[in-house]
Write a new protein. Structure first.
Length: 555
């Protein structure tokens, strides 16, 4: 017998099915660990409200600046700022007494400056809510008095006990395992340069510190903290294949076969997003990959990049042109249907502000379509442009030259160093009007700038034909090794990232980039580009180059 359902009953069934579907998609309630982590990192209480506190002088405070992580860092190991020291607050450290040892005062003691007994739960609650340490002394005025109920205090204290003090994945008693990742667009030559560079640097580190291996096993107890981080550094090559949708599964398979402490360098010039997502989700540091399109996420933490890539080039170009609207009021942007070029064009379009009197037109070429004299002339006539922005390679310049030679309308031409070769010779008609956006040290200064890397590579008989690839791998290897050495016995991944921020401030070598800074929650080390030009043949001959360093607004 056929079952019949009335329209009213059918509507009810359909409504219930929709409700069931919505319920199934509702996020599961946060666990106690997740709630504690949210209080610590984001300043959001278990009821969803914002954390509040009283500062010096009973000033009411609220908001993100109050988070524990903003001062004690995500690692819980604290930091220093000038003469002020923010102490470590991991559960294991708080639960142990701090003493001055024989190494420092020739006889241990448990009181006085720099020493304290272990924190009890009640003492820690008093420190958090009232600002008195375990010895009953008033804490630094910068430490707020937090308004937390019993539930949130318990969640927070439980989370402090989970902060990493033991070995992270990828670390054994004798080794620290790293991976370097290559996307399918990476050439065989680039892979070889990266692998040879990292392996050579790690082998040298392992050899030079072999004495620490013995000291870690047989050194005096008073030095255990100093040698506790020593391990041999091992590198693994993860080569991705096929379309990007398949990369996450491949990455997971590699990681299951051999967990790694961090990802060091690697190459993915036109797409790094799947690697970025993988590392952020699994909280694996990804240290200075060579890519022109760094991954994006809401709150990136574990991925550290040389720069924002071609998006930075585009924003610098927009800033430069809109500061010169008298000669750059009508812009024709030309790009090609390939990932890097499209992303540069999109970033430029977003950065250009029509309110500043700028009009923007676009010409998008197919991936294999040549830029011809006729096509460019046609779009110049329709757009009435006085400025060209080219996200194109040097092979497209002859067509531009042919048009420029016949018109005085184009006053400014902007090209990106990320798209053209270092030895590109601009046609005579373009030289007086062309500006190069470059995130790198100007080419005529590059040899001097890279003398440290070039000397090291020459000494080890390494290939240096692709300077950016090799110098980036060398820098990432050096930073990774030095950061681990500075961790002492605390090998938490987050603590290692804290080290990077301090190390960059004291650095003398920045690969092909002019300078680096990396503050809390900043994940792009180089924050600006040079605008170079216009450069005449005589300028080049005499080693002169007009240049201006520009950092766009959003940083």
């Amino acid at each position: 017998m056929r079952m019949q359902i009335s329209s009213g009953l059918f509507g009810l069934v359909l409504s219930l099915a929709c409700v069931a579907g919505d319920i199934s998609k509702t996020a599961a309630p946060l666990t106690d660990l997740e709630l504690g982590r949210r209080i610590y990192r984001e300043g959001i209480l278990s009821n969803g409200q914002t954390l509040t506190a009283k500062g010096a002088g009973d000033v009411a405070l609220s908001g993100k600046q109050l988070t524990c992580a903003s001062c004690h860092r995500r690692s819980g190991f604290g930091t220093s700022e000038g003469s002020r020291r923010v102490p470590a607050i991991t559960g294991k450290i708080l639960a142990a007494p701090l003493t001055q040892t024989y190494r420092e005062i020739r006889g241990g003691r448990k009181s006085g400056e720099g020493a304290r007994p272990a924190y009890t739960e009640s003492a820690l609650i008093r420190a958090i809510t009232q600002g008195f340490d375990v010895n009953g002394r008033e804490m630094d005025p910068l430490m707020p008095h937090f308004m937390l109920n019993d539930t949130d205090l318990k969640l927070l204290l439980n989370y402090l006990n989970t902060l990493e003090t033991e070995n992270a994945p990828g670390i054994t008693e004798s080794d620290i395992h790293y991976a370097t990742i290559f996307t399918p667009s990476t050439t065989a030559s680039q892979k070889k340069i990266v692998l040879d560079t990292i392996k050579t640097f790690f082998d040298g580190y392992n050899a030079e510190t072999r004495g620490e291996d013995r000291r870690a096993k047989h050194g005096p107890w008073s030095k255990a903290w100093q040698y506790g981080s020593f391990r041999h550094l091992q590198i693994h090559s993860w080569e991705l294949t096929g379309p990007a949708e398949q990369w996450p599964e491949q990455l997971q398979k590699y990681y299951a076969q051999q967990p790694v402490y961090a990802v060091v360098n690697g190459v993915g010039l036109d797409n790094w997003q799947p690697v970025h997502d993988f590392c952020e989700t699994r909280e694996i540091p990804c240290l200075f990959p060579t890519t022109d399109v760094p991954g994006k996420s809401t709150k990136p933490y574990y991925s550290v990049y040389f720069s924002e890539g071609i998006a930075l080039d585009a924003r610098v170009a927009a800033t430069f042109l809109q500061n010169n609207t008298k000669t750059a009021s009508r812009i024709l942007q030309i790009y090609r249907a390939e990932p890097r070029s499209e992303q540069a064009a999109q970033a430029f379009s977003t950065a250009v502000k029509p309110s500043k009197g700028t009009h923007l037109d676009e010409l998008k070429l197919a991936q294999d379509q040549a830029l011809t004299h006729e096509l460019l002339q046609q779009h110049l006539a329709s757009s009435q442009a006085n400025t060209l922005v080219l996200w194109l390679a040097e092979t497209d310049l002859p067509a531009v030259d042919k048009v420029i030679a016949d018109t005085a309308t184009i006053k400014t031409i902007v090209v990106a160093r990320s798209f053209i070769a270092a030895d590109t010779k601009f046609p005579t008609s373009m030289q007086p009007r062309t500006y190069v956006i470059s995130p790198y040290v100007p080419d005529i200064d590059m040899v001097k700038h890279l003398i440290r890397y070039q000397s090291w590579a020459k000494m080890h008989h390494l290939e240096t034909s692709e300077v950016r690839i090799g110098a980036n791998a060398y820098f990432a290897s050096m930073m990774s090794a030095n950061a681990v050495r500075g961790l002492r016995a605390n090998l938490a991944r987050e603590h290692m990232l804290d080290q990077f921020e301090h190390m960059l401030e004291r650095g003398l070598f920045f690969s092909v980039y002019p300078n680096f800074t990396l503050g809390p929650e900043q994940r792009y080390a180089s924050k600006g580009c040079y605008v170079i030009g216009p450069m005449s043949a005589q300028d080049k001959k005499e080693g002169r180059y007009p240049k201006k360093w520009i950092v766009p607004d959003k940083f």
